[in-house]
Ligand binder design. Structure first.
Ligand code: IMP
Length: 261
């Protein structure tokens, strides 16, 4: 925070405190009548500084439904498709909210890379959630880039085909690179990615994944940082999807049968 010019520490702190609730409230505001949104925007015009902004946010929060209630409704709506809970007892349910595990991984990564500028490479789209949480838990100001590859179709079986849909926007030769993955199942995607990135001659290439399934252990790629080892089941939530859905679920769970049929 000392490197950010023009923001006083207290102001940043005040904003950070209201920020989580504010994100939830935005969802509510999208559903509000247009004239009320216009009034809210007009209100924002009178912005006189960061502290004022923070006060404005909290003042407006009380006029809306409580964030906890809205979150309960949201989880209830998505949760109806879940198979009554966790994929197993390896800590999958609640893993998303497990800031402690993310913090442990971040501390390890900080310690391993020290002052060197490791490039965090997120694999879209699943790694969006872990990248957001991990990067904010890191002390280092590491740069970030993204790749998109296709490995699964819209079902739950690996198609065996890996295609690059979006490549990195930076040259990684001579750089330290850390791939940030959501989940490693067969390891097929990773093994392709590692091969592809190695050919660009980075100084080092390591892998971090939030979840790992048993089959990954038989793959030829070694994953240095693992959030949770989970049972061999198809899971959704915390960035992981089924046919494009459920990524925005906070926790991770298996799907109820009626979703597949
Ligand atoms: P792999 O190539 O079999 O290791 O699969 C890697 C990719 O498949 C991940 O990056 C995910 O996009 C997807 N995937 C694997 N297992 C799951 C799952 O249980 N839920 C959702 N997506 C999964």
């Amino acid at each position: 925070g000392d490197d950010v010019i023009g923001l006083r520490a207290e102001a940043v702190g005040a904003l950070a405190r209201v920020d989580r609730e504010r994100v939830t409230e935005f969802v509510g505001e999208l559903l509000r009548p247009a004239h009320r949104i216009a009034a809210a925007l007009h209100h924002g015009d009178r912005d006189t500084g960061l502290e004022h902004h923070a006060q404005l946010w909290s003042a407006r929060l009380v006029t809306l439904a409580g964030p906890a209630e809205r979150e309960r409704q949201r989880q209830h709506r998505i949760g109806a498709d879940l198979d009554g809970g966790a994929a197993g007892d390896a800590g999958t349910r609640g893993a998303a909210a497990d800031d402690q595990r993310v913090a442990e991984l971040a501390a390890q990564i900080d310690a391993d890379y020290g002052d060197s500028d490791v490039l965090l490479v997120g694999v879209l789209k699943g790694a969006v959630m872990i990248m957001a949480d991990l990067s904010r838990a890191l002390a280092g100001q590491y740069p970030m880039d993204w790749m998109a590859v296709s490995s699964y179709g819209s079902g739950t079986k690996s198609s065996g085909v890996v295609r690059i849909l979006k490549d990195l926007s930076v040259d990684i030769s001579g750089k330290d690179v850390l791939i940030v993955e959501d989940i490693v199942d067969t390891g097929l995607t990773l093994s392709y990615l590692v091969q592809n990135l190695q050919s660009r001659e980075p100084a080092s290439l390591e892998i971090m994944t939030m979840f790992r399934k048993p089959e990954a252990l038989t793959s030829d790629v070694s994953v240095k940082y693992v959030g949770f080892d989970i049972p061999n089941e198809f899971v959704v939530g915390y960035g992981l999807d089924y046919a494009g859905r459920y990524r925005n679920l906070r926790d991770v769970g298996t799907l109820a049968k009626h979703v597949y049929s």
